[in-house]
Design a protein around this ligand. Structure first.
Ligand code: DP6
Length: 330
């Protein structure tokens, strides 16, 4: 029986200059470049087996069979990869996140990067990281950046074959911490994909960000290159605030901050007054990220762990890009 199997591990990434808005919904071409940090402690492991024994594709996440949108997005991605490999065997995909899915942490970046790398290996498609990032992008935009470790930039382009991620600096270049703060989960009204589309079409602030994003990207590249943590933190916060102003001024209004987010933002301001270098960024869940330097991480974590509305904190370091591993999940 014809059968081929591979397993990959991919880390999540935290956007320092965010990807927000597409110029092409199908090809997942972004309106702007984005810059992120691949982190070491939030990862997805995925085993993919293509085999004649499967009549259809199956996708399990944390041992639960997935249906609906989650399953459809995986099948669509498998179809893309199969067409590239000119092969049509059905697949079983098993993924496991090393963080609780119920915590609502974004898993599409690590998820699609692991799926792409494992599938390409199983399909014997010999691709370099640039090519893998272009394919991964089609599953979920931010996953293009998780192919690489350390500090990564995803380049916008009008052509599908020119929009890929590249490493700006490896994980050892600039040692910093990303403390992920997990609050009790709120039900999300819109997916990130829907929210991005709504805000591009309806927010008057969307264009305002396009006018300044090149400057923000320049500042972020410089901050990374020169290991300037203050510039990195200030630039990440400013971009985060712009993206959330876009969300808030969309129709319908998209609001991702909860009372707790604002309380932690105020705490971060107090940290800074007390000489602790800390900055925030927030994505489309209610969780948030505190960017800090290694020497402040333990103290910040200790303070956060005393706060009753914080369910969990995860201290992340700069991490590696997606890679093939030997331990299959099935
Ligand atoms: C807010 O990559 O999840 O995290 O391409 O539609 O799958 P799709 O979106 P996705 O968007 C992530 C948006 C963000 C910012 C970022 O990661 O840059």
């Amino acid at each position: 029986m014809k059968s081929t199997k591979a397993t990959a591990l991919a880390n999540s990434n935290t956007a320092l200059i965010k990807y927000w808005g597409k110029q092409d919904e199908k090809l997942i071409l972004p309106m702007t470049n984005s810059i992120s940090l691949t982190v070491d402690s939030l990862s997805t492991t995925t085993t993919v087996e293509f085999s004649e024994k499967y009549q259809e594709d199956h996708f399990f996440l944390n041992d639960e069979k997935q249906t609906g949108t989650a399953e459809n997005r995986v099948i669509e991605h498998l179809n893309l990869l199969r067409s590239k490999a000119k092969m049509n065997l059905k697949a079983k995909v098993m993924s496991r996140n090393n963080f609780p899915t119920a915590a609502g942490l974004a898993s599409s970046a690590s998820g699609f990067a692991a799926l792409t790398v494992a599938s390409c290996k199983a399909l014997d498609l010999k691709l370099n990281q640039k090519e893998l990032s272009m394919l991964s992008r089609r599953g979920s935009g931010s996953s293009a950046r998780s192919i690489f470790g350390g500090f990564v930039e995803w380049i916008k382009a009008d052509e599908a074959s020119e929009s890929y991620a590249k490493q700006l600096a490896n994980k050892d270049h600039f040692d910093m911490r990303d403390i992920v703060v997990i609050f009790k989960q709120q039900k999300r009204e819109f997916s990130t994909r829907e929210a991005m589309k709504i805000s591009k079409e309806t927010s008057p602030m969307f264009k305002a960000r396009l006018d300044v994003v090149e400057t923000s990207l320049d500042k972020m590249r410089k901050a990374i290159e020169q290991r300037d943590f203050t510039l990195l933190g200030q630039t990440a916060e400013a971009d985060c605030n712009l993206v959330h102003s876009i969300a808030l001024t969309s129709k319908p209004k998209l609001s991702f901050w909860i009372d707790e987010t604002v309380k932690i933002i105020n705490l971060i301001k107090d940290f800074r007054k007390g000489g602790i270098a800390a900055y925030y960024t927030v994505d489309t869940g209610s969780n948030m990220h505190i960017l800090t330097l290694p020497q402040f991480a333990a103290e910040i974590e200790m303070i956060l762990n005393r706060i009753p509305y914080i369910v969990k904190t995860v201290v992340c370091k700069p991490g590696d890009g997606a890679k093939i591993i030997d331990n299959h999940l099935f």
